[in-house]
Design a protein around this ligand. Structure first.
Ligand SMILES: Nc1ncnc2c1ncn2[C@@H]1O[C@H](COP(=O)(O)OP(=O)(O)OP(=O)(O)O)[C@@H](O)[C@H]1O
Ligand SMILES: [Mg+2]
Length: 443
């Protein structure tokens, strides 16, 4: 239940407490509060509680109006600052209204009230609060400090950096195989206990290679790990590394790793990893070969334990990777096409926000052998659009069945084309249907 009055008073009290108590740091502020106060990579005390800051932090459109009726609030018309006229009164008022849930989402106040509320624990609240180094503002300020404007622009052509808050997918949106779940669990534990691993000298850890046909969730899992672990996500477009206008390719590779180490802890995601093998095998330009060698060397030198960088590579073409590339990963995670059970699960997830009459995911799963998660999304999209042409927003099982049939028809057409055309649509893992390569996998 939203309560604008309480939201704004909580914000004011938090700002006051934080400004006063120097033992608290930025990780004690809720992320939305920090967003209102970042300036040049810093949050300076005292926090100025302007209406603008209050609006940004709480999402309350008219913060002053929300609290103007209370006896203990006042606004300075000149500076636009909202303040308490009587802090004791304010505290008394809020103490009756605070809940365990609110406090556990606000470490600053949890520190203040942990003795007064059952179930409130400051240490846990702080641990579960998203750390400041995952904030977009923090990431930007680091990059700014490290690269001049021109360099930064070049950088951004090469890598795409996302704060966890900017990733729109979570592990809950994905249906994983048991093996994938186990691998993820393992890596989460390794990150949690990296001090211990360093101590016992286990350094060869934290380099994963995701292998599987297009549209099986490799990119999605990597991204949702960023959300799950509250880490910035640095995605490298390997094909961009060789781009002419980016100048020295080997240097670009080095820069990429510099950025990752700079932003660490973070996830460094390298898609199209087979690109490395391809370039090694062909007689490409010597500069590109140098770049690939630099890449392999950089991979050797980066470590989860020492640098807090989790490296994830992904490829559709494991057959093209040579031993030199394989050797660099300590875990290979297989992304097979989903089986019937997984397909049903994926269909349930993608229809979560829709109404489908007579919905029977198991029946659809039986009809969609060989389709990937990405294919199933396309099927759903087709069904939705088709229904919209009849002004319907409620779908039926039949709509979905029709969309499956249509999808397969399109797939057959494409297969014909594949036989005629000459290209390297190699399908990973001896795939039987050959169905999904080349589809639009964009989100
Ligand atoms: N197992 C799955 N569960 C739920 N959704 C899935 C699954 N696999 C794929 N999808 C959906 O399919 C789309 C494409 O997935 P994604 O881009 O992660 O595939 P990919 O393996 O990285 O493909 P590519 O090799 O082409 O890069 C996403 O929208 C994703 O949510
Ligand atoms: Mg991908």
């Amino acid at each position: 239940m939203s309560n604008p009055e309480l939201d704004v008073v909580e914000f004011l009290l938090t700002a006051k407490t934080y400004s006063r108590d120097k033992s608290l740091d930025v990780d004690d502020l809720p992320p939305s509060y920090r967003a209102a106060f970042w300036s040049d990579g810093q949050i300076e005390r005292p926090l100025s509680t302007t209406t603008t800051a209050a609006r940004e932090a709480t999402g309350v459109e008219h913060p002053w109006e929300a609290v103007s009726e209370l006896m203990f609030t006042d606004r300075d018309d000149f500076s636009g600052t909202i303040d308490f006229t009587d802090e004791d009164l304010a505290e008394e008022w809020i103490r009756d209204r605070l809940t365990e849930e609110r406090l556990m989402n606000n470490p600053t106040l949890a520190a203040q009230y942990e003795d007064d509320f059952e179930g409130v624990d400051y240490d846990i609240a702080r641990q579960t609060n998203r750390p400041a180094r995952a904030d977009r503002a923090w990431i930007d300020s680091l990059l700014e400090e490290y690269f001049d404007e021109e360099e930064e622009e070049e950088m951004l052509d090469l890598v795409e950096i996302r704060a966890p808050e900017e990733v729109d997918i979570t592990l809950d949106d994905l249906v994983l195989t048991q093996e994938q779940e186990d691998e993820i669990h393992k890596i989460v534990k390794a990150i949690e206990h990296r001090d211990y691993l360093a101590q016992i000298g286990l350094r060869e850890i934290g380099k994963l290679l995701f292998v599987g046909p297009p549209g099986t969730g490799k990119t999605s899992v990597a991204r949702s790990l960023a959300v799950d672990l509250d880490l910035p996500f640095v995605e490298v477009k390997l094909s961009m590394i060789t781009s002419q206008y980016l100048g020295e390719t080997a240097k670009n590779v080095e820069k990429t790793f510099e950025v990752a180490k700079r932003l660490s802890p973070c996830i460094l995601f390298m898609d199209e990893f087979d690109f490395v093998a391809k370039t090694r095998a062909s007689d490409e330009h010597a500069a590109i070969k140098r770049a690939v060698n630099t890449l392999l060397k950089s991979i050797d030198e980066v470590s989860l334990i020492q640098d807090d960088v989790l490296l994830i590579g992904a490829t559709n073409h494991p057959d093209q990777l040579d031993a030199a590339a394989w050797r660099r990963f300590d875990e290979i995670v297989n992304f097979p096409k989903p089986d019937a059970g997984m397909r049903a699960g994926i269909l349930e997830i993608v229809t979560r926000e829709m109404t489908v009459d007579d919905f029977d995911p198991a029946e659809l799963a039986d009809m969609t052998e060989g389709l990937t998660g990405s294919d199933l999304r396309l099927v759903l999209r087709e069904a939705v659009l088709e229904a919209l042409t009849e002004e319907r927003t409620v779908l039926t099982q039949q709509d979905l069945k029709d969309a499956v049939a249509e999808f397969e028809e399109r797939d057959n057409l494409k297969d014909l084309d594949m036989i005629e055309g000459d290209h390297d649509a190699l399908i990973a893992g001896g795939d039987i249907s050959g169905g999904s390569d080349g589809h639009d996998h964009d989100h």
